[in-house]
Design a protein around this ligand. Structure first.
Ligand SMILES: [Zn+2]
Ligand SMILES: [Zn+2]
Length: 189
């Protein structure tokens, strides 16, 4: 069965080199839905607590929220960083507090201090799904991701990995057989 969670991400981007309006810098509220698939954990009668999916995903994905997402070869990138630098906000400000942990993989790199994500590919809704999967696939048994932004919607199904051992009391994934939330220990097998 599947547990799913949905959240909104506000961001600015553009399709560098694209023949159309999206070539100009503009913004969206995007809606991301992540579906996690596993057996139903009999202790709590759920696949995975939805608020925990949200917490795990948001810890990483808040880097995309109130952020600028630009492709690595976009000439706007050095221009904007130059302005941020002059203004003294490139390396953060005391009020820039809703930051995620920095990440970097083959598709994207986050600069939380200046709320910027630099991408390998154009950040279309399809591109966002690829990035979200690459960032979260080791943390969650993701079966499907849907991303909606304006009139654009894309979704993709994924093959999930092996079932995760989850706490029968909290429902969250055990770490080395121990629940990180309540301390429940998996009985020796
Ligand atoms: Zn757009
Ligand atoms: Zn627990």
């Amino acid at each position: 069965m599947r547990s799913q969670t949905t959240f909104d991400i506000q961001y600015a981007h553009r399709f560098y080199g694209f023949q159309g309006e999206a070539r100009y810098l503009h913004g969206h509220t995007g809606t991301l839905t992540i579906e996690v698939e596993d057996t139903v954990n009999p202790g709590v009668n759920m696949v995975f607590p939805c608020n925990e999916i949200q917490k795990t995903a948001w810890a990483v994905l808040k880097n995309f929220d109130h952020a600028l997402v630009l492709r690595e070869d976009d000439p706007l990138l050095p221009a904007i960083l130059g302005v941020y630098e002059k203004e003294g906000i490139k390396d953060g400000t005391p009020t820039n507090t809703m930051k995620g942990a920095a990440f970097e993989n083959e598709l994207c790199k986050a600069y939380p201090d200046c709320r910027l994500v630099v991408t390998k590919e154009t950040m279309t809704v399809e591109g966002m799904i690829k990035m979200v999967y690459s960032l979260l696939k080791d943390k969650l048994n993701i079966a499907k991701i849907t991303f909606t932004s304006g009139v654009n919607v894309a979704s993709c199904e994924f093959t999930t990995g092996a079932t995760k051992d989850r706490c029968p009391l909290c429902g969250i994934a055990l770490v080395d057989g121990v629940c990180p939330k309540c301390g429940y220990k998996h009985p020796a097998r």
